[in-house]
Structures are given as C-alpha cells and as structure tokens.
Design a protein around this ligand. Structure first.
Ligand SMILES: [Zn+2]
Length: 234
C-alpha cells in the first residue's frame, strides 16, 4: 500500500487501535505501537526444551514449540484473540502472524520448516465464521518466511465436544480422533511441518492434530501459536 493511499484511507476512514481505542497512524495496523510494546511476552523464542514444549513431553513427539504472547484473562492479548475469532478480523490474524514470524526470524526456528499447517475448523464452523483464524495467522507467517501453507492435508472430522468442567486429562481424551489427514497428505512425507493456531491452552487440539499428521511417513512436527494461556485457561 502506498503512503498516499494509506494517508487518504485514514483521512476518509479513520481506524482505531483494537486494544486502546486510540486513532491509528497510517503506519500502524490494527493494534497501535504502544499497545504492541505492552503486550506480555512469553520470551520462549526458540529455546529448545522450553516450558511450552514440555507440555507435550510424554504425550506426542514434537520438535519445537513457541508462542509470542502470554494470555491473561481480560487482558489485551485476550482482546486480540477475541477479535481474531469472533469479530471477523482477518487483518488482525495476519498482523499477528507477521509479528510472530518477525520475532522468530531472529532465531533459527524456521530454518528446517517445510510447510505450515493451520489447525482446521470443522466445515460447519468454517461456514458460520467465513474464515479460519489459524489459516490467516499462518498467512502472515508465510508472507514473512516464504514457507507455503497446506490447508488441504488435515481436516476436522467432528467438532469439539463440550469441554467445560473437564480436567485437562479428560479434555485430551475428548480431543482424540478430532482430525484426519486427506490423500493430499502423502505429498508431505519426510517433511518438517509447523502446526499453527491462535492460542495454546491445554494442548488437546494441537495434540490431536499432531497425532493425525504423524500418520504421514517420516514427518516431524513443530508448533507455533500466537498466545499461550500458561496460567489460566480461556
Ligand atoms: Zn493501542
């Protein structure tokens, strides 16, 4: 977008920061620079064996896991996640993907990744929402890294059963067989896949995705989410 165009756009259609409500500068996207600087970070970056990776130990073999922000109930990250999921803000999903990629491009996190696999929505949910927030998050990552997105290799075979009032073990049990691979998945044999999602809570959904993908010959799996609900479930 040219500067003249973005100046004109902001003159005609002022935009406001998603989290503080202040008017955005032409150079800012969805969330202002001040708010972005204040978002709580996980500081996991690409540290091997980090605490997010440890959640999967003994459950599913993964190579690496990371998330840029820490989720806290009622906080700005929660506002962002809500907009990504329920307010149709594909632009926010993409911006968050770009920011996550820029941060991790300072490390070797993406060095051996061959493909991005967004966590799929159930077709019924996709029809209702009109887009998949994890896929738009992946688009932002792909723009910065050049790694291709494969959104036709994994499908959600059923919606989540209700997860309220369940222990994390029960949630994991509940999430089994939520996903299956398609015949297209064979193209990814021997590749290193990066599963992307908006937020990691119990890890049940990502574990179920990884289980399905591990059926592909010789694949390795890493995980990248925008946020991690480390201290409180959503
Ligand atoms: Zn702001």
């Amino acid at each position: 977008m040219t500067k003249l165009f973005s100046d004109l756009r902001d003159f005609l259609f002022p935009r406001w920061c998603l989290t503080c409500g202040k008017k955005l500068l032409p150079s800012e996207e969805s969330v202002c620079i001040t708010c972005l600087a204040e978002l709580p970070r996980t500081n996991l970056k690409d540290i091997p064996g980090n605490r997010m990776e440890q959640l999967f130990w003994g459950i599913i073999p993964i190579e690496r896991a990371s998330a840029l922000y820490l989720y806290a109930k009622g906080g700005k990250v929660a506002q962002i996640l809500y907009a990504m999921k329920y307010h149709g803000r594909k632009d926010v999903c993409r911006q968050m993907g770009t920011l996550s990629a820029e941060e991790l491009l300072k490390t070797d996190f993406f060095a051996h990744i061959d493909a991005l696999i967004p966590v799929p929505l159930h077709p019924k949910r996709l029809r209702e929402r009109g887009y998949n927030q994890s896929e738009w998050f992946a688009r932002g990552i792909s723009e910065k890294t050049g790694i291709p997105i494969y959104n036709n290799v994994l499908r959600r075979v059923r919606n989540n059963l209700t997860q309220t009032h369940k222990s994390s073990y029960e949630r994991r049990e509940n999430a089994e067989s939520l996903f299956a691979t398609t015949p297209e998945a064979d193209r990814l044999s021997g590749k290193h896949l990066l599963l992307t999602d908006d937020v990691l809570t119990t890890g049940a959904t990502l574990t179920a995705c990884a289980e399905a993908l591990l059926g592909i010959k010789g694949v390795r799996i890493s995980i990248l989410t925008l946020a991690w609900a480390k201290y409180n479930a959503i």
